[in-house]
Write a protein that binds this ligand. Structure first.
Ligand code: NAP
Length: 335
């Protein structure tokens, strides 16, 4: 396969290159694209050293698979050009996620939705992590209501977000005072910020509404009642989520534990006696989403369950999910 990674120098792009190598994706040619800032940079990859190129819309490269990790605007401008030039495109941005004719795919949940599509959307990172745990619980117990509170790492805002947290922490620890902020709306060190993406007329942020809209589409449950509060926290990597569900049928912690223990893409981390539960430090760098702290929720009685999940949003929430989509496609090399 001739594969192009667009945004290859970014937080998601770097992981895409690594995941292609780690999973043994059949890459015969790898091309890396980024902005003019990185043009000409030589990057080591599992497929040998590569030079970063700048995409030229006047002559799109001949690719079988294009993995996009730039921005929504960039994808809107160029994804369809790449499709027209023969590539199947998997897009990490939010540009096409809610379009009716573009499948939004988490392979453990709705792999078949990708069908023969040539443009496929990768979900929002928080949503993908949530969906791998919600889908098996829905199949077994039926979902009625979902309430989620998130704890999202700085790398959710890309390489610059991670850098701002690292620089800010160093500055505050060395000199005291308050860290500078440019990527985040407020300083993130020693803080948390209940504001990710823009506020909507209904009082939710766009990040929170993405969890609602995209979970409904991925799970094929257009009327699912779901409310999210999304919070940026001063961790580097992996998003955590506290989840409360009300189910159609009675659910016990033991039954939920059994379902999640055999769910693809989920790793049970639920041994409170030994202080084992999902955490960013243990979920980072892992393909599976950790699920734990499973307990009955007394508000919803025998149909209520609380649990905690944590997943590496650069992997399951982005790069890994995109490569899994590519693996599930009946891709053929273009002429
Ligand atoms: N971070 C996450 O957790 C996450 C999760 C799911 C989805 N996503 C989505 O994935 C995409 C990438 O996010 P990220 O976090 O990886 O961002 P990032 O770290 O800021 O990386 C952005 C990448 O895009 C390149 N780029 C920027 N402007 C460009 C332009 N005008 N033309 C060509 N390339 C350009 C950058 O190249 P230079 O290095 O040369 O500037 C860099 O390689 C976004 O759509 C984001 O919403 C992110």
């Amino acid at each position: 396969m001739r594969v192009g990674v667009f945004g290859a120098t970014g937080a998601v792009g770097k992981e895409l290159v690594q995941v292609l190598g780690d999973r043994g994706y059949p890459v015969t040619e790898l091309r890396l694209f980024a902005s003019t800032r990185s043009a000409g940079t030589r990057l080591p990859t599992p497929f040998g050293e590569k030079t970063v190129e700048v995409y030229d819309p006047a002559s799109p490269p001949k690719l079988d698979l294009a993995l996009l990790a730039v921005s929504g605007e960039w994808s809107k401008a160029h994804a369809k050009e790449l499709v027209a030039a023969g590539a199947v495109v998997v897009d990490n941005s939010s540009a096409f996620r809610l379009e009716d004719d573009v499948p939004l795919v988490v392979p453990e949940v709705n792999a078949a939705a990708a069908g023969g599509a040539r443009l496929i959307a990768n979900p929002n990172c928080t949503t993908a992590i949530l969906a791998v745990a919600l889908a098996p619980l829905h199949r077994e117990f039926g979902l009625k209501r979902v309430i989620v509170s998130t704890y999202q790492a700085s790398s959710g805002a890309g390489a610059e977000g991670m850098q701002e947290l690292e620089d800010g922490l160093r500055e505050v620890l060395a000199n005291g005072g308050q860290a500078k902020n440019a990527v985040f709306r407020h300083p993130l060190p020693m803080n948390l910020i209940p504001h990710i993406d823009s506020f909507q007329p209904n009082g939710y942020t766009r990040e929170e509404m993405k969890v609602t809209w995209e979970t409904r589409k991925i799970m094929g449950l257009p009327d699912l009642l779901i409310s999210c509060t999304a919070v940026r926290v001063p961790t580097l990597r992996a998003h955590a989520e506290a989840v409360t569900i009300e189910t159609e049928r009675p659910v016990t912690p033991e039954a939920a534990r059994a379902v999640l223990a055999r769910a693809p893409g989920v790793k049970l981390a639920d041994d409170t006696a030994n202080a084992v539960y999902p955490m960013p430090l243990t979920a980072s760098g892992q393909y599976d989403v950790e699920a734990g702290r499973i307990r009955s929720n007394p508000v919803f009685g025998e149909c209520g369950l609380d649990f905690f999940v944590c997943g590496d949003q650069l992997l399951k929430g982005a790069a890994l999910n995109a490569v899994q989509i590519a693996e599930a496609l009946p891709l053929k090399m273009a002429a």
